[in-house]
Design a protein around this ligand. Structure first.
Ligand code: NAD
Length: 477
């Protein structure tokens, strides 16, 4: 086994958590080794997740916009879809980003090992390189950033061409006539949107009473209405309990809340019922690192595992499984290892589902406030009153603030509509800076923009929104 020189830090997994950790550590002067099976950093997010899915959603938007132009006096011929070119385009985007990350890695003089790592003990790893060579890496500290893998369902046959997880669905080698999406969460709804736009008849089955269960109902209602109009069927409170391949289709048994069942046949199935942490096959038994019953690596508030030299961040270390959470956790851990007094302690982590319309939220939700009996007041601004929304042909959408009635501090923000994923960053900043509703109301937002809906929602709280007549009920009248 080839024994390299000792690294201050070794990072296992080069997704947005791992590479951000490695980059930050190198920027702070540590010697860093980054290990991943892919040729360049990027992880699931760039190779098999966020970036390809958002590229396909962009293609879906082009197709949808094209259908919605007649009332603007513009019409096009029916679109032709070249799936091979679509895949090439997505591939080019992924290549350009991952190769860019490879260059950034080299600029920082980080040692990049393409291979699979296993712990030998609390200060060394055995790395099986892609070339077949075995290398021993000795480290001062290690960060595990190995991410997560799609969860499977036992009654769907493994490696069957009709059954896809998100990785296979992103390849879009063909467009099935009918697609069953099992799971009405992030992946099911985003990829369901792509396939519906490409021409599949999409059916969603969700076991909870609503899509994106846990997100405020007034927000998901707007999204659900649109999805129902674009998909063939949406079944909530429903489970798939069995599946059998029958010729060119797979017959799935849907089990409804009232106990009845129905057998339906689909050309293709997308299983999107969550993800599980990649904590096995790491040699953790050779260390003091402990895992929870769900397979997450146990960490303290500093993301340190039960083995003091080893840290864990991102999906493998717990919910929410979001790239930006992993990035910030990793950067903070790198700073801590470099000797800074820091802790990952965010007031708000934004969540965005890139459906049409997009849906985004951060901080306290109304659902959570009700459950935990936290006093709150809601201020909503409907997008039907936004000049910018209407001028883009959008009338459905909403911006919502959750406000502490006493201090008037912004506790939570929710946005449904175009670019909700961009707009939510203002909400995160407001919460992190402990902004009051009046701070947002007094901040001059550019006109005409969707960002004004956040300002106007703050004005709604005081009963003084310019474009919405909603007087505040005052105590003395
Ligand atoms: P998810 O948790 O968002 O949704 C899974 C859904 O499947 C849930 O609503 C659950 O109730 C349902 N479900 C579970 N078992 C079922 C069954 N047997 N039958 C019917 N429904 C069932 O998980 P996901 O969509 O697989 O995504 C995984 C993770 O990836 C998410 O937690 C998210 O953090 C991350 N992700 C984020 C983005 C983004 O940020 N835009 C996009 C994709 C994925």
């Amino acid at each position: 086994m080839n024994d390299g020189k000792k690294s201050d830090l070794v990072v296992i997994g080069a997704g947005p958590g791992g590479y951000a950790t490695a980059f930050m550590a190198a920027d702070l002067g540590l010697s860093v080794t980054l290990i991943d099976p892919e040729e360049n950093p990027g992880g699931v997010c760039l190779y098999r997740g966020c970036i390809p899915s958002k590229s396909l959603l962009h293609a879906a938007q082009i197709l949808k916009h094209h259908k919605q132009t007649a009332d603007w006096g513009i019409t096009f011929n029916a679109p032709k879809i070249d799936l091979e070119q679509l895949q090439n385009k997505v591939g080019q985007i992924v290549d350009s980003l991952t190769q860019g990350l490879g260059q950034l890695n080299r600029n920082r003089k980080i040692t990049y090992l393409q291979g699979h790592a296993r712990f030998i003990d609390s200060s060394s790893l055995r790395v099986q390189l892609q070339s077949g060579e075995i290398k021993k890496v000795v480290f001062e500290n290690a960060v595990i950033a190995t991410g997560s893998t799609p969860t499977t369902l036992p009654f769907f046959p493994e490696n069957h061409p009709m059954v896809m997880d998100s990785t296979e669905a992103l390849k879009v080698t063909s467009v099935p006539k009918s697609l069953l999406v099992v799971g009405g969460g992030y992946i099911g709804l985003e990829l369901g949107t792509v396939y519906a736009a490409l021409g599949s008849e999409v059916t969603v089955v969700e076991m909870m009473p609503g899509l994106l269960w846990g997100v405020d109902r007034d927000m998901t209602r707007i999204l659900t209405k649109k999805i129902i109009s674009e998909f063939t069927a949406v079944h909530v409170d429903t489970k798939v309990v069995n599946a059998k391949a029958t010729g060119k289709e797979m017959t799935c048994r849907l089990s409804f809340k009232d106990g009845t069942t129905d057998d339906k046949a689909f050309e293709r199935i997308l299983v999107a019922v969550g993800r599980r942490p990649n904590s096995s096959d790491l040699g953790l038994e050779n260390t003091k690192v402990a895992i929870t019953t769900e397979g997450f690596i146990k960490t303290n508030e500093g993301k340190q595992t039960d083995d003091p030299t080893i840290y864990a961040i991102g999906d493998v270390a717990g919910e929410p499984m979001l790239a930006h959470k992993a990035t910030h956790e990793g950067r903070t851990v790198a700073e801590a290892i470099a000797g800074k007094k820091v802790l990952f302690d965010p007031r708000a982590i934004p969540a965005v589902v890139f459906t049409d319309p997009e849906i985004a939220w951060c901080g306290l939700t109304e659902t959570q406030a009700k459950k935990e009996k936290i006093p709150y007041e809601i201020a909503r601004f409907p997008w039907a009153a936004s000049g910018r929304a209407l001028s883009q042909g959008i009338s459905e959408g909403m911006t919502k603030l959750i406000i502490d009635p006493e201090s008037e501090r912004i506790l939570g923000v929710g946005v449904v509509g175009n670019n909700a994923g961009e707009l939510i960053a203002q909400g995160v900043l407001a919460i992190e800076m402990a902004a009051l509703a009046s701070d947002i109301g007094m901040t001059i937002h550019p006109h005409p923009t969707l960002s004004e809906t956040i300002m106007e929602a703050a004005d709604v709280f005081y009963g003084t929104s310019t474009h919405l007549y909603r007087p505040k009920r005052r105590k003395n009248n």
